[in-house]
Design a protein around this ligand. Structure first.
Ligand code: KG4
Ligand code: ZN
Length: 363
């Protein structure tokens, strides 16, 4: 049995500077001793989205203070740590380099092993911060940059069952929110507005209906919603109804594809039926409810991370690092920052749903 491991995690891949200390007990249980998240939302608000240069500079300014706060809140010193985990991608490369360099500096100065963590692997293990979730499980990862279904077999061992062919679900929430004048970040604001709305008011297109795979598409929905926002939305009632209709349409598509993925998954995994949803969009209560119903209908147990571990945080990075260290998978000190880094590299190379850009397959 691996001894208990105490890991400092650093996350800087987007607009959150985060640090956390997580202890992975010998029996595999995870415990977050601290989790500090400093949001840059105010700095990006005037621009309606994340500005990479502003993000990178803001990370540089506070990453050491945030890491110090996480250590203090956890009540640990550097001598208590067994390793350092930092997000090495995918994400905005300037920010990733800040956090990864910080992690390397701590590792070098203190003689600790470094783990360069895939941000998406962090989301994949995040539900284990709130409950025990043994491998294997079926994962729906829904965030601002990603939307994919994966069979997670073990630490770093994943097989992609489906992914978005255009926008991510969080991106759809953000763009529709923008069209409704809700500002950035849009997901939580759209959810609040939708509470007062009628989800059946506006019919919205259903994507990829004829297909039998587990891929997603949100661009048609986004365009239709933007058109409705411009042409038919006049009153507060209209705005709430459109928000509710869009939220319901996104939740329905997530549920339909997850349902198909569950059917495929049970063929390989038989009785072990656990469905996990993670990523920022997993914070949405309608999405959670609809997915929980879908899982129940297929005989799957349902698990979603506690709300604070749905959106970006460093506890999930520290835990992914701890699991890798326990499996003997430390990284070299010259590990590179990777702006693009698919979780299931084999599937992404063989069938890039996101066609390879200049730098290779994105998701
Ligand atoms: O996981 P995350 O913090 O960052 C990425 O790795 O992308 O996800 C952020 C995304 C944003 O698009 C945000 O609008 C969405 O998650 N989000 C939500 C909610 N909270 C965050 N979408 C819908 N409802 C929410 N309550
Ligand atoms: Zn994320």
């Amino acid at each position: 049995m691996t001894p208990s491991l105490t890991i400092l995690g650093i996350e800087t891949s987007c607009d959150e500077t985060a640090a956390a200390v997580v202890r992975r007990h010998a029996d595999g249980r995870a415990e977050a001793l601290s989790s500090v998240v400093a949001s840059q939302v105010e700095a990006h608000k005037p621009f309606g989205g994340v500005v990479p240069e502003i993000a990178a500079r803001a990370h540089v300014e506070i990453v050491d203070a945030i890491a110090g706060q996480a250590m203090a809140e956890a009540g640990v010193g550097f001598e208590d740590l067994d390793g350092v985990a930092a997000t090495a991608g995918p994400g905005l490369v300037g920010g990733v380099m800040v956090g990864l360099s910080f992690g390397k500096a701590v590792a070098l100065a203190r003689g600790l092993p470094l783990v360069a963590v895939n941000h998406l692997e962090g989301h994949a293990v995040s539900a284990r911060l709130g409950a025990e979730a043994d491998y294997p499980f079926l994962l729906l990862l829904v965030s601002g940059g990603h939307c994919q279904l994966l069979a997670v077999e073990g630490v770093g061992r994943m097989r992609r069952l489906g992914s978005t062919i255009d926008d991510a679900a969080g991106e759809a929430f953000d763009k529709v929110a923008k069209a409704l004048g809700l500002g950035y970040p849009g997901g939580p604001a759209l959810e609040a507005l939708a509470e007062r709305g009628d989800p059946a008011r506006f019919p919205l297109p259903r994507a990829l209906l004829g297909r039998k795979d587990c891929d997603f598409s949100f661009s048609g929905l986004k365009t239709a919603a933007a058109r409705l926002a411009a042409a038919e939305v006049r009153t507060d009632r209209d705005r709430a109804d459109l928000a509710a209709s869009v939220q319901a349409a996104i939740a329905r598509q997530l549920a339909e594809r997850s349902d198909r993925a569950m059917a495929a998954y049970v063929q390989d995994h038989g009785g072990r039926r656990l469905f996990v949803v993670a990523g920022g969009v997993a914070a949405n209560r309608t999405v959670r409810r609809v997915l929980e119903e879908t899982a129940a209908a297929r005989g799957f147990a349902f698990l979603a991370p506690p709300l604070k571990y749905c959106t970006d945080n460093a506890a999930m990075i520290a835990l992914a690092g701890a699991e890798r260290l326990a499996a003997g998978l430390a990284s070299p000190l010259d590990a590179a920052a990777r702006p693009r880094w698919p979780l299931d590299e084999a599937s992404a190379l063989a069938d890039p749903t996101h066609k390879p850009g200049r730098k290779g397959a994105k998701a």
